[in-house]
Design a protein around this ligand. Structure first.
Ligand code: FAD
Ligand code: PYC
Length: 413
């Protein structure tokens, strides 16, 4: 048992420090205001303080930290993207993930599993080869493997998928991993807090003041703040915040659902994704099967769950693993995914001076938490887009220079 836990258990006064400092009031002014206490907002705050010495910063969170998509995702981490911009960006993130638990002095349960994207059609195999070649070109460990390699890694799989969607091969990405998502938010939050950043939970941003094309302040449910720099990192609420500064974007909001089973004995080491069957699965350290599928097909800002989703996901999961038919679903939930037309994020400076965007993370942003934090902190500190995000700026839609990641974003959408 860790010594700290034992000390805590035996102490009458519970001397363990709280994870974050509680601030009763907002200050009248900050050097930068970050809207959104998810992984991305907290990571940006952490790197602003740690790497750029900017700590007169507040993070405003309307609920509780990590309560948005950060605490709702299925924690898949990988860098097997399709575009050079995407591959380089996510590769840097995977590199940052390696040292994160050490940096935070907090166990993130980072677990390297290997990631298979199953191909059930010739077209899917072609895309896998394409991704493998781009990945190898940039030094990423990805290769196309045959059905026998899938069977070896997941012996319980039915390669024929009941006869109607036989597995022809897969894109195998050895660095594929999972981590504990809420601990990531806590680690970044605690690290930022210890460096002087203020985290204000239950504080909703209601308006943003802009004068002469520049940000001047933020109006919140707990009072007004003067600032010249605002970072918007609010995932499924991005269009609402953009309305406050008069910026249009092509982001649409779709629910993305997921579910977990009751815990069962460990039987699945790798992460498996089937674009054709629109499902994916991994097994957590607790034995639960973490499963998901495609986006809900309609635009709506809601986190309700549906029976339709459970039935559809369970049906296709049984195509892959018929032996799961008696395993019970324990819970299901949804997050609001901010989707872009090219399945790449929108990051960086905007037409409003001092207003920065970290959005469009749709179904794929958890893995990018470290690199988005690092690059957005740099962008705010220098008022210049970091070199790694130049493929992701908002003006790419006006300039018809899309960064097409649909083939690699995650499950088929
Ligand atoms: P969030 O964590 O959503 O944080 C935004 C915060 O902003 C929220 O806490 C919200 O309360 C707050 N906020 C909103 N409006 C306001 C306001 N007006 N004032 C103050 N605060 C406000 N990605 C992967 O890489 N791998 C996966 O396996 C994966 N699986 C997913 C599965 C599901 C079911 C879902 C929903 C998403 C998944 N994603 C995955 C995507 C990933 O979860 C997100 O892209 C990522 O978590 C976004 O982080 P964030 O910090 O930007 O947003
Ligand atoms: O980005 O790998 C991913 C992912 C899988 C499921 C949802 N997102």
């Amino acid at each position: 048992m860790p010594l700290g836990l034992l000390r805590f258990a035996l102490s009458k006064t519970h001397p363990e420090p709280r994870m974050f400092t509680r601030h009763d009031r907002l200050k009248p002014a900050y050097d930068a205001v970050i809207i959104g206490g998810g992984g991305h907002g907290l990571a940006a705050a952490y790197y602003l303080a740690r790497d750029h010495g900017i700590s007169n910063v507040c993070v405003l969170e309307k609920g509780y930290i990590g309560g948005g998509n950060t605490g709702r995702n299925t924690t898949i981490i990988r860098s097997n993207y399709l575009t050079p911009e995407g591959v380089k960006f996510y590769d840097e993130s995977v590199r940052l993930w390696q040292d994160l638990a050490q940096d935070f002095d907090l166990n993130l349960f980072y677990s390297n599993r290997g990631h298979f994207t199953l191909a059930h059609t010739d077209a899917a195999l072609r895309t896998s080869r394409w991704r493998a070649e781009v990945n190898k070109h940039f030094g990423i460990d990805s290769e196309v493997v045959g059905p026998e390699a899938v069977k070896k890694a997941a012996p319980m799989i039915d390669l024929a998928c009941g006869g109607h969607a036989p597995i022809l091969g897969a894109l195998y990405h050895a660095p594929g991993a999972v981590a504990r998502h809420d601990a990531v938010a806590w680690g970044y939050g605690r690290g930022a807090d210890r460096r002087g950043v203020e985290i204000h939970q239950r504080t909703e941003v209601l308006g943003i003041d802009v004068a002469g094309g520049k940000v001047t302040g933020v109006r919140t449910s707990r009072g007004n703040i003067s600032t010249g720099k605002v970072l918007c990192a609010v995932a499924g609420s991005t269009p609402r915040i953009l309305d406050m500064v008069g910026i249009r974007s092509p982001i649409t909001i779709h629910p993305l659902q997921a579910m977990v089973s009751e815990p069962v004995k460990p039987w699945l080491d790798p992460i498996l994704v089937s674009g054709s069957l629109h499902v994916y699965i991994s097994q957590s350290a607790r034995g639960e099967l973490i499963m998901g599928a495609s986006l809900d097909p309609y635009e709506v800002q809601s986190t309700r769950s549906t029976l339709d989703f459970t039935e559809g996901l369970a049906t296709h999961m049984l195509d892959l693993f018929p032996f799961l038919s008696n395993v019970k679903v324990m819970r299901q939930w949804a997050g609001m995914a901010d989707m872009t037309p090219d399945f790449a994020p929108i990051m960086g400076r905007t037409p409003v001076e001092g207003f920065y965007l970290d959005a469009g993370w749709g179904t794929w942003g958890f893995k990018a938490t470290p690199v988005s934090g690092k690059t957005m902190a740099h962008t705010l500190a220098h008022d210049r887009n970091h070199a790694l995000i130049t493929g992701f700026t908002l003006d790419r839609f006006r300039n018809f220079e899309l960064t097409g990641e649909k083939g690699a974003a995650s499950v088929g959408h």
